[in-house]
Design a protein. Structure first.
Length: 94
């Protein structure tokens, strides 16, 4: 299963080199090196909700605590949670 990143799913074009990156800036989730490799995504692209300053519905959002209610409604958030739940159930037990 290929795990897509938020910018691929949302089509915002704010990933490095994306069509909107020059005009709107690179999304902090797409450029956040702290999360490289997490959940199989590149950088923070699979956990955009924990990165401050990401954009959703045309609005720059703050911290996770401030944007949590919006993130819970986000289709990408729901998709990642579902995928990770399925993968967790399928992973071999130690």
């Amino acid at each position: 299963m290929k795990k897509i990143n938020c910018w691929e799913f949302m089509g915002c074009g704010r990933e490095p080199g994306g069509r909107q990156a020059d005009e709107l800036g690179v999304c902090p989730a797409a450029d956040d090196k702290r999360y490289d490799g997490i959940q199989g995504g590149k950088n923070a692209g699979r956990v955009c909700w924990v990165v401050v300053g990401t954009m959703c519905n045309g609005e720059v959002k703050g911290t996770f605590a401030k944007k949590y209610q919006d993130c819970k409604k986000c289709e990408f958030y729901k998709k990642v949670r579902e995928e990770e739940s399925i993968l967790h159930k399928l992973s071999p037990k130690d």
